[in-house]
Ligand binder design. Structure first.
Ligand code: FAD
Ligand code: SIN
Length: 534
């Protein structure tokens, strides 16, 4: 049995920034961070475009950033959450700069080189070449190493949070009180399931892009935290709003994850075209290639289907070669590696699953409906993104809510202690899996179902077909789960099935089209429909 003051599940920007906020102000507390592979493997590490923040007041303003965020969110943002993130964001960015994060400057000693992405009315994206996430993850890890009261445990796979229901404690009239006391985690070195008891627990497990065949998300992104919290009767919201990035690099060889061609490339002047060099975005939106992501992704999907093509193209051939390479060295090299020279060839692109706008419902301090349980980052639905996330707002969201969650934990932790009498994980009656192929095959099937029936364009019949097939996968997987020794692959499959169910169920419940959710049977927006809570 392990005992810690604060248990944080996840070591991306959400996890490490929360840990630092607590550790710096409360050196008396022990913070344990669990991460299922290595510390720096996360969605955070792959972020390219940057962090959106109002930096040039006078030219830009909080009101403009708020308006752009609300416009992208298509009527479902929570204005208070948007205002909080936008107004506190610059302070949080300054803080990570103090911790050592570097962002590109215009030239030596000048101000920051602020980029532009789809849906932003001003240049406000701070970036480090096309490796912003890698740089932030590096700086946060270095800062974490300086703080002796943070312990990061790699290769610990959290399986479930530990909760108890208290009928006497009522949060709302309908929901009995639930309290969280830590989590069970599989130590991947020993294959033992260990109990982590904590006074406060934070879930920061990131997104769930691996539920689709094509995704920009690394393989760790299997929605574990959302699934765990849902199993524990936590509130999960807005799961139908899955963001597809319009421009992942099309590689006929197939990659998992697919490589992202940052929206910043369009902000830099790249233009979307068809194979024959024809522009098409003017047919869909006056902002053309820089329209919000939902519009651009649907436009590309539509053009691919209309023209019977495999991909569309991003034309950068007119851009200055040296400046392009200076801004996008990784993208340039990756294109060359598959035989595409961006200065001579158009870059082939396809939409790919990129970001989960829905997730664990949290309030203004990162609290969930489960007492002593917080959530931060992409696994949450904080109210910032609504029906569609504005580009480069998610790193900012994680920093702001990491800070707020840390502050709330610091203020409240002294009033609670560890729960006693928690049983160890019971693995009796299970045997080693005989056929791993059942797990790998079911994972492939799941991705096919979601990509074919619950992708960018949905319909009632497709959603029903997905749900029927998901039921079968669910019952087959539950049987394996209850009879065999747990492996990360089996847990991930089980979590992905839960995520697929939540997306499909939420999509079926939304009888309209809005933001990232488009259903051909309900193509119009209905003004009375609000967030979907599961
Ligand atoms: P993550 O960074 O994904 O961290 C999750 C952590 O949880 C990982 O450490 C993981 O190992 C751990 N974990 C998960 N499950 C378990 C488990 N069961 N047990 C233990 N540990 C677990 N956003 C922007 O704002 N700007 C950008 O430019 C941008 N570009 C992007 C480019 C790409 C290619 C991708 C994929 C995303 C991009 N995003 C961008 C989105 C942004 O990177 C993420 O939303 C953000 O980094 C999420 O941070 P997080 O801390 O919530 O999750
Ligand atoms: C990108 O660089 O295009 C990704 C930005 C984001 O997802 O916010």
């Amino acid at each position: 049995m392990n005992q810690t003051d604060v248990l944080i599940i996840g070591s991306g920007i959400g996890g490490l920034s929360t840990a630092i906020q607590i550790a710096e102000k409360r050196p008396d507390l022990k913070i344990t961070v669990l991460t299922k592979t290595v510390e720096n493997e996360s969605n955070t590490r792959y972020a390219q475009g940057g962090v959106a923040a109002v930096w040039n007041e006078g030219i830009d303003s909080f009101e403009k950033h708020i308006d752009d965020t609300l416009d992208a969110g298509d009527g479902l943002c929570n204005l208070d959450a948007v205002r909080t993130v936008v107004t506190e964001g610059p302070q949080r960015v300054r803080e990570i700069i103090e911790w050592g994060a570097r962002f590109d400057k215009d030239h030596a000693d000048a101000g920051y080189d602020l980029g532009r992405e789809g849906g932003h009315s001003e240049n406000r994206i701070l970036h480090y070449k096309d490796l912003t996430g890698w740089e932030i993850q590096r700086a946060l890890s270095a800062k974490t190493d300086e703080l002796p009261n943070i312990e990061v445990l790699e290769h610990y796979f959290a399986i479930d949070i530990i909760t108890q229901h208290h009928l006497g404690y009522v949060i709302t009239r309908l929901t009995p009180g639930i309290e969280c006391y830590g989590a069970y985690a599989l130590n991947k070195h020993s294959n033992e399931i260990e109990t982590f008891l904590a006074r406060m627990t934070v879930v920061t497990t990131g997104g769930a892009g691996q539920v689709y065949r094509n995704t920009t998300n690394p393989v760790i992104a299997s929605g574990d935290g959302i699934a765990m919290v849902y199993r524990a009767k936590g509130w999960v919201e807005n799961m139908e709003f899955v963001q597809f990035h319009p421009t992942a690099l099309y590689n006929p060889a197939g990659d998992n994850p697919v490589f992202l061609v940052s929206e910043a490339v369009r902000g830099f002047g790249g233009i979307l075209k068809s194979r024959d060099g024809e522009e098409f975005m003017h047919k869909y939106d006056a902002r053309k290639s820089l329209a919000p992501r939902d519009i651009v992704a649907r436009a590309i999907d539509n053009e691919i289907k209309l023209r019977g093509e495999e991909c569309m193209f991003l034309d950068c051939r007119h851009l200055d070669k040296d400046a392009f390479i200076a801004h996008f060295p990784t993208i340039y090299d990756k294109c060359l590696s598959i035989g595409v020279d961006p200065m001579h060839d158009m870059i082939p692109v396809v939409p790919a699953c990129h970001y989960m706008c829905g997730g664990i419902r949290t309030d203004e301090m990162g609290r969930t409906n489960i007492r002593r349980l917080y959530a931060v980052g992409e696994c949450t639905c904080s109210g910032l993104h609504g029906a569609n996330r504005l580009a480069s707002n998610s790193l900012l969201e994680a920093l702001v809510f990491g800070f707020r969650t840390g502050a709330d934990i610091n203020a409240k932790i002294d009033a609670v202690t560890w729960k006693t009498g928690i049983p160890d994980w019971n693995a009796s009656g299970t045997t080693d899996p005989k056929e791993m192929v059942l797990i790998t095959q079911s994972t492939k099937e799941l991705k096919e179902i979601m990509s074919s029936y619950v992708g960018i364009v949905r319909s009632n019949v497709r959603l029903k077909r997905a749900m029927d097939r998901l039921h079968l996968l669910f019952s087959e997987t539950e049987e394996i789960y209850h009879t065999t020794t747990l492996s990360p692959q089996l847990c991930e499959l089980r979590n992905l099935i839960t995520i697929a169910y939540l997306i499909t169920r939420s999509a079926s419940m939304r009888r309209e089209s809005r933001g990232l959710h488009y259903n051909t049977d309900f193509p119009e927006k209905q003004d009375f429909i609000q967030a979907s809570l599961l």
